[in-house]
Design a protein around this ligand. Structure first.
Ligand code: GAP
Length: 435
């Protein structure tokens, strides 16, 4: 096992042990490519989604949120090109029957499981097919969306007609996407059910380049929002021929995951491909009338696309730290306070002293009025409580001791990263801890 493989194993084990991520359907032996999130995992995801929504929707005047249905009319996926083209190459072993993604094989002719001969690669469509309603017929076919994007293209006209925005403007959406990946792998990195945070930003055709460049900066800024180390994020220009069918330019933002440099986010110039395709297929006019130039045209689209789970994994990977404190080994998650599921834990020094417990509870109630993510913990000794909070990445632990009560000496605030403790007056505590 290499050091990086070990790190991945440790992250997976911490995620389970501390209630971040569990295997999907675990008591039935699991379901490949699915993961369930426990209390800290949900909060971590929500914090990441909240920062994204703030940066890209709340803090801007040119962005509109939508939340479209996951199941859409099958014609959406025909027009978008997904029915005919959303596929990966698949090879099947003639001996053991195992199936592989051809482009991930070292030797495309040899089965990595049994050494048998692999058959010719064929295209495998990754959309999950289902039927809507009680009849199973061609007409009732639908798909679980493989990207949230199409929900925004098909609502383009609704937004124009009801909100009346002028170009440039964007639609933003956070929601589930589903892909029947041939080989889900690397924990939550490649799963069959995941969440995307996507923007379809519409511009005049000539403006695409400058908008694309401005989103390159915004994507980097978001990686900083969630606390990723800039040195671990890299841009990869995708060559002609390797891009998705709709894209004229794509940059992948790659991250140094423990298992290698892999795609974290994508930024694509989708031209007018989608609006044009939906206009033609639905026979609904999806053009835009520009009052300034008195011209009518189909806007072009820039699409920054972010995976929630990949952000979670990148954040966990950058945060995972092992060190020694007072001669004792410890593991902690060095989360940015903005994403940390718990910001502050409040302890009474001793569990069996009612006056300490009462005071700690009073402080806990005071802090939670202003700070999101405050917990009270009197379980086990203080050392154990620190370990627990370190492992879930809590930036601050506040302890109420006898001096708090007897000498009105404030509380001790322990810093997760340094282990250092500082006395802070109770009336200054909220300000000190506010993140
Ligand atoms: N709408 C464009 C689009 O869907 P994509 O590159 O296929 O583009 C965008 O996906 C992002 O979604 C990726 O950069 C990644 O963060 C996330 N993603 C894609 N497939 C995934 C999977 N199987 N598991 C987890 N995240 C995935």
């Amino acid at each position: 096992m290499t050091q990086e493989e070990t790190k991945m194993e440790k992250i997976i084990s911490l995620c389970k042990r501390r209630g971040f991520v569990y295997q999907g359907s675990e008591i039935y032996g699991g379901l490949a490519g699915t993961w369930d999130y426990g209390p800290y995992g949900v909060t971590l995801k929500n914090n990441i989604k909240g920062l994204w929504w703030k940066r890209f929707v709340e803090d801007r005047d040119d962005m509109y949120g939508v939340d479209a249905a996951i199941i859409m009319n099958q014609n959406v996926w025909k027009a978008s090109g997904h029915v005919s083209g959303f596929s990966d190459p698949l090879s099947e072993c003639k001996k053991c029957g195992h199936r592989f993604r051809t482009d991930q094989l070292e030797d495309p002719k040899k089965c990595p499981d049994c050494g048998g001969v692999l058959g010719e690669a064929r295209q495998f469509n990754m959309m999950f097919k289902t039927n809507v309603g009680p009849l199973e017929s061609e007409d009732s076919i639908s798909y679980l969306r493989p990207e949230t994007a199409q929900g925004m293209f098909v609502n383009f006209k609704n937004i124009l007609d009801t909100i009346h925005p002028t170009l440039p403007f964007g639609l933003a959406q956070i929601g589930k996407a589903f892909r029947n990946e041939i080989a889900p792998r690397d924990f939550i990195f490649r799963s069959r059910e995941f969440e995307q945070m996507e923007i379809e930003y519409f511009v005049k055709p000539d403006d695409w380049k400058k908008t694309f460049e401005s989103f390159v900066k915004e994507v980097h800024a978001f990686t900083t929002d969630v606390g990723l180390d800039k040195k671990h994020v890299h841009e990869l220009e995708i060559a002609d021929g390797d891009r998705a069918h709709y894209s004229k330019r794509t940059i992948d933002f790659e991250f140094d995951f423990p298992f290698g440099k892999k795609e974290l986010f994508g930024l694509a110039y989708r031209t007018d491909f989608d609006l044009k395709a939906h206009s033609e297929a639905s026979k609904v006019d999806l053009s835009y009338f520009d009052e300034e130039t008195k011209t009518r045209f189909i806007p072009h689209c820039i699409e920054p696309s972010f995976g929630v789970e990949r952000t979670v994994l990148a954040v966990l990977s950058d945060a995972y730290t092992e060190d020694e404190i007072d001669g004792e080994k410890r593991v902690y998650l060095k989360f940015s306070p903005k994403v940390a599921p718990i910001k502050v834990a409040v302890f009474p020094l001793l569990k069996n002293k009612p006056m300490l417990v009462e005071k700690a509870q009073e402080i806990f109630n005071l802090l939670r009025k202003d700070i999101k993510g405050v917990v009270f913990d009197d379980n086990g000794n203080i050392g154990k409580r620190y370990r627990r909070q370190d492992e879930i990445g809590t930036p601050y632990c506040v302890t109420v001791d006898f001096d708090t009560i007897e000498k009105d000496a404030g509380v001790t605030v322990r810093n997760r990263d340094t282990g250092k403790q500082e006395r802070v007056k109770i009336k200054e505590l909220t300000k000190y801890l506010k993140v």
